[in-house]
Design a protein around this ligand. Structure first.
Ligand SMILES: [Fe+2]
Length: 248
């Protein structure tokens, strides 16, 4: 979207706001830490002015091709099941969003983050740091090669385990399209006991789950999962509720 001038004034585009019932609540009873950080008053929607409907100009040269391959780091190959994660970034009208910065972070195959406060007894992988980024192409497509993350315990309640997930951050074309969320894998047996996944309104949960895509698997190399991400609007990918204890 771009602003236009007509009739002597600057007309800025607006971005659809998701309906209140589709928003992931900031406080969720089973998700313990939300009780400490969720606002006590109803948030106020800010008006969409120039600052909100324009966005960061990131520059292509800041993202390098190898940033999209998380399996080759520190001079060696990561352990685990290789997966190609791919999809499109779309706006609320179904149009592709080109040149969008997509950043990901995730645990290794054993379910451990490379982070100073993640020290549960699962091994670190010397060739996996769990960080990647890519810029969408002219059709809004993104893809990166990584390994399937493991589940990990996070202390929310007794025997609490996070389903396998990959964290995503997108800037979109404007600050009002900023999205921070998590991608899940189909049929994860841990969904039922995870309050972060279940904090997403039931009707929207399927939009946080990737799809196994046999057509993009690579013979003798990697499985593939497809996940389209929608910025703003009724089909918006659900925003995550913030910190899931992994601090990454
Ligand atoms: Fe996580």
């Amino acid at each position: 979207m771009t602003g236009t001038t007509s009739g002597g004034g600057l007309h800025l585009p607006g971005y659809l706001r998701e309906p209140a019932e589709a928003r992931t609540p900031l406080a969720f009873p089973g998700y313990r830490s939300t009780a400490l950080r969720a606002p006590l008053r109803t948030p106020v929607d800010l008006p969409q002015r120039l600052t909100e409907v324009t966005g960061p100009v990131l520059g292509e040269d800041r993202v390098l091709p190898h940033d999209a391959d998380l399996t080759l780091r520190r001079g060696g190959e990561a352990l685990g099941q290789r997966i190609l994660v791919h999809g499109r970034v779309l706006d609320s009208d179904g149009r592709p969003v080109p040149d969008a910065l997509v950043e990901v972070w995730q645990a290794n195959a054993a379910g451990r983050y490379r982070h100073v406060v993640d020290n549960w007894p699962a091994p670190l992988d010397p060739h996996f740091d769990g960080l990647g980024r890519v810029v969408t192409d002219s059709l809004g497509r993104y893809e990166f090669m990584t390994i399937k993350p493991g589940a990990y315990p996070w202390g929310n309640h007794h025997n609490a385990w996070r389903p396998a997930h990959i964290h995503f951050s997108l800037f979109g074309r404007a600050f009002t399209q900023r999205l921070v969320t998590q991608m899940y894998f189909p049929d994860d047996p841990l969904f039922g006991q995870d309050p972060i996944f279940n904090a997403i309104p039931a009707a929207a949960r399927h939009r946080a789950i990737s799809r196994f895509s046999l057509d993009r698997t690579q013979d003798n190399w990697a499985l593939a999962f497809e996940w389209d991400i929608v910025l703003r609007g009724s089909e918006q990918t659900p925003f995550e509720t913030d910190d899931d204890g992994d601090v990454a």
